[in-house]
Design a protein around this ligand. Structure first.
Ligand SMILES: [Zn+2]
Length: 166
């Protein structure tokens, strides 16, 4: 691994692999990885359905694991990579955890809270400001989501047609 270049794209690719795991579990495919000094300290993928937990977003899972690894609720000097623009809850958790940098892939026009629906990290009243980088591997990140929803629509349609035949 010594000659691996730890670029934003490298880590986002890792987050995409985790997003695929969410898909495999029947969850909306979003993945997140928390990095400190080129070391993974937290991984998460979206799993609210399986865990019966509305807070089980990829970012929250990665932040929780990072806290355990660092034995600190403040995740200073870390970078969180996530395939999709975070929601209000996750953006808020990032402020609380004091991450240094957020890197996200695709924008989420409906619920994105880092520039789309609103911009939580940039709010002037926030007591912590993180660096935000967006658009890393955005086409791959959004393609994974649109593929997932396309397949799900087809599956539902097939189910409907199958039940009509009964
Ligand atoms: Zn979220």
């Amino acid at each position: 691994m010594s000659d691996t270049e730890f670029t934003h794209e490298y880590w986002m690719q890792h987050a995409l692999t985790l997003a695929q795991r969410a898909w495999d579990e029947g969850e909306v495919p979003v993945g997140a990885v928390l990095v400190q000094d080129n070391r993974v300290i937290g991984e998460g993928w979206n799993r609210p359905i399986g865990r019966h937990d509305p807070t089980a977003h990829a970012e929250i899972m990665a932040l929780r694991q990072g806290g355990m690894v660092l034995q600190n609720y403040r995740l200073l000097n870390t970078t969180l990579y996530v395939t999709l623009e975070p929601c209000i809850m996750c953006a808020g958790a990032m402020v609380h955890s004091r991450i240094g940098t957020l890197v996200f892939g695709a924008r989420d026009a409906k619920t994105g809270a880092v520039g789309s629906l609103m911009n939580v990290p940039a709010h002037p009243g926030m007591n912590h400001h993180m660096q935000v980088i967006e658009g890393v591997l955005a086409p791959s990140c959004s393609a994974l989501l649109s593929d997932f929803f396309r397949v799900r629509r087809l599956e539902k349609k097939a189910q409907k047609e199958a039940s009509r035949k009964d």
